[in-house]
Design a protein around this ligand. Structure first.
Ligand code: ATP
Length: 345
């Protein structure tokens, strides 16, 4: 008889991954929990909660009666995610580090550790997302030989795993998973993909997971946490004060601490001004800024890319002037507020 399927679940100390691990156990799988330490709390004046999160993750595993492991990817996170994030910011781009973290840390370092060191048949996370594979199909994938070299083999081309949006559209996290490799995606389970957050909380409450229910939901970029983003980034990059200038009449509307803090299309809060103003150009590095380009076809997330240039702003269009359409380069992503109707800077 075949032994129980071994699923290694990334357990963060939050409610989502706790319930994901619980549901995997209920499906009869052998489950192992792994906590990743990605950010060194000693660097951050005690604000980072990694150690508390690790304790919470350990307690989850105790309650579920599953083995617990802790791994540190602080070095990898610094080199592959944070350094890249700062470099991109210096160039005037505004990448999303959580997308890069999923690609390089969770679905590369953690994935390889789970498969190679812990002998996982599949990995799982508490992300709200789905794939086109049933559990049993995921377990079959372990016999697939990775293609060597640049070219994908016939199996890969014919068996593309689709990344699909979660049933709970408010919680959908496919945006952040848009650069996960096919290799990792085909061996991943997302137990929460079909559930709503409210239902997940209810399951946690019914299963003695109160300690994770009491925690505040993680919002925004993981290493920034609840801190002010501008203050955080200015600890690492030199401020470069400048002016906000209206595109309409070149009037100076206010000042800022660095053009790299703004994303093209983002609403800029200018002290003393009530109307919404949106960033259409940044001086310093011309254009070349990343914002919201993740591609969807219906409920399927196709991937993501850098936006190198924006199309014409509403103001430019009204003036009959035109600029090039959006130019996108495949691979990474940005962050910021979405542009709406209103004056532009
Ligand atoms: N430090 C960590 N260690 C292990 N797994 C993690 C860690 N951080 C995130 N994860 C995994 O990635 C998933 C998504 O994390 P994210 O922080 O984006 O969402 P979340 O909704 O706050 O999840 P959770 O409630 O489980 O913390 C988590 O559910 C978990 O599986």
């Amino acid at each position: 008889m075949q032994g129980a399927r071994h699923v290694v679940c990334a357990v963060s100390g939050g409610v989502d991954s706790a319930v994901a691990a619980l549901l995997l156990r209920r499906r009869g799988y052998q489950v192992t929990g792994v906590f990743m330490k990605n950010w060194d709390s000693l660097d951050e004046h005690g604000v980072c909660t990694a150690d508390k999160d690790c304790e919470d993750a350990y307690r989850v595993c105790q309650i579920l009666d599953i083995p617990f492991h802790q791994v540190s990817y602080v070095k990898e996170y610094w080199n592959d995610v944070f350094s890249d994030f700062l470099n991109e910011y210096e160039k005037g781009r505004t990448p999303n580090p959580d997308i890069v973290c999923n690609k390089h840390i969770k679905f590369s370092c953690f994935f390889n550790y789970a498969v190679d060191n812990l002998g996982a048949d599949a990995v799982a996370t508490g992300h709200y997302a789905r794939t086109s594979l049933e559990d049993e199909e995921v377990f079959q994938q372990k016999h697939v030989k990775r293609p060597e070299g640049l070219f994908r083999n016939r199996f890969e081309i014919r068996n593309v795993v689709k990344l699909l949006q979660a049933a709970d559209s408010f919680k959908d996290q496919t945006f952040f998973l848009s650069q996960v490799s096919q290799d990792a995606l085909r061996r991943t389970l997302f137990p929460l993909g079909g559930l709503t957050k409210d239902f997940v909380k209810k399951i946690a409450a019914e299963n003695r997971l109160h300690h994770v229910l009491q925690k505040k939901e993680s919002m925004g970029i993981c290493f920034v946490g609840k801190r002010n983003f501008e203050n955080f980034i200015l600890q690492y990059l030199q401020p470069r004060p400048g002016k906000f200038i209206s595109i309409e009449d070149n009037k100076v509307l206010g000042t800022h601490k660095g053009w790299f803090l703004y994303t093209l299309g983002q609403r800029a809060n200018i002290g003393g001004l009530r109307e919404p103003w949106y960033v259409v150009e940044k001086d310093g590095v011309r254009g070349d800024v990343l914002v919201f380009a993740v591609f969807y076809k219906g409920g399927e997330c196709l991937g993501s890319g850098k936006i190198l240039r924006l199309g014409p702003s509403a103001y430019t269009l009204q003036k009959g002037r035109s600029r090039p359409d959006v130019t996108v380069e495949g691979s990474s992503i940005g962050r910021g507020d979405s542009p709406g109707q209103g004056p532009t800077l």
